[in-house]
Each structure stands twice: as structure tokens, then as C-alpha cells.
Design a protein around this ligand. Structure first.
Ligand code: S3P
Length: 168
């Protein structure tokens, strides 16, 4: 039985889009942890943050990982999921962790149109969001950079990753 590949990285980097393509190419299941948690709770991520707070959402992320049936799959994770010793080591012990790295400015441009669906960004002005991405990415890089693979923009491609995984 194969192992899961966890795609990690900042909000808006494209974990879900790339994850779906990769899973299709490899003919293995795809999971998006935000969607899994939304289904389990019967609430959107925004509703979970608003009603129960971020700390509770992190607990749900951890519970989801602990209950994950270890099998061959591509898992797109929420941007904050690996940013904790316990959750990160759980992911690394379960499978392969792949970080999708992008510069701040690119993340900012990608998130301009998509911030409404992210509770951490929804109420921010553009300037505030840029500052937030800068400081949050700095803080989270400590965790993101512990991934098994760190991919730059040109490597964030289903063909590239499937070749990389095949030669592992
Ligand atoms: C979060 C990222 C979101 C989602 C939640 C919190 C974060 O997922 O889990 O809004 O802390 O970075 P995406 O990275 O898929 O947007």
C-alpha cells in the first residue's frame, strides 16, 4: 500500500488545483483537508472560525490527520496545517511532504481575488493583506522548509512531481 503525498504551502499557492491534477495523473484519490473538515462538521471553514475560533479549527486539522487512513493519495492541506511540531511530524511520518514555495508578491496577487473565502484575510485591506502575507510567511517558513521537497514555481507541475516521486 502506497503512502500519501501532502502538498503544503501558503493560502492561494495552488495546492488544490495542482493536487487534483497530480492525483488524476497518478490515478490515486485526492483529498483537500479544508473540504474534508467542512464535510465532517457540516460547516464552512469560515463558519468554523467564526463559531469555534482558529484554535479549534487547528484541533480539527490534527484530528483529521490522526484519523487519516494511510494510503496512496494526494492531500492538499490548509495553509496552517503543517505549522505546528506535532502536525508536521505526523505528516512526515505518514508520507511525503511537498512544499509549494512562491514569493510574497505572487501570493498577494493570487489572493487578491480569493481573499473573501479565507477567514484570516476576508476583512483586510489590500495593504494589510500584503503585510500579513509577509509576516505570516516569514513565521511559517520555519515549518514549510522542513518539507521533504521544496518546489519553486516552475517545479509546481504534475509531470515534474510525478517524475520526482517515481525516483524517490
Ligand atoms: C488557512 C488556510 C486555509 C484554511 C483556513 C486557514 C491558513 O486553507 O485552512 O482558512 O491558516 O493559512 P488554504 O491554504 O487552502 O487556503
Amino acid at each position: 500500500m502506497g503512502k500519501p503525498v501532502f502538498l503544503i504551502g501558503f493560502m492561494g499557492v495552488g495546492k488544490t488545483t495542482l493536487g487534483k491534477k497530480l492525483a488524476k495523473k497518478l490515478s490515486i484519490p485526492f483529498y483537500d483537508t479544508d473540504i474534508e473538515i467542512e464535510h465532517e462538521m457540516g460547516m464552512t471553514v469560515q463558519e468554523i472560525f467564526a463559531e469555534h475560533g482558529e484554535a479549534h479549527f487547528r484541533l480539527l486539522e490534527q484530528k483529521w490527520l490522526e484519523g487519516f487512513f494511510n494510503t496512496s493519495a494526494i492531500v492538499a492541506t490548509g495553509g496552517g496545517m503543517p505549522c505546528d511540531e506535532k502536525r508536521l511530524s505526523l505528516m512526515k511520518s505518514l508520507g511525503t511532504v511537498v512544499y509549494l514555495d512562491r514569493p510574497v508578491k505572487e501570493l498577494f496577487n493570487r489572493l487578491l481575488n480569493a481573499k473573501k473565502s479565507r477567514p484570516l484575510l476576508a476583512s483586510m485591506s489590500d495593504d494589510e493583506m500584503l503585510e500579513y502575507i509577509q509576516s505570516k510567511l516569514k513565521e511559517r517558513s520555519f515549518y514549510y522548509n522542513q518539507a521533504d521537497y521544496i518546489l519553486n514555481r516552475s517545479q509546481q507541475d504534475a509531470n515534474f512531481i510525478s517524475t520526482l516521486l517515481a525516483h524517490k
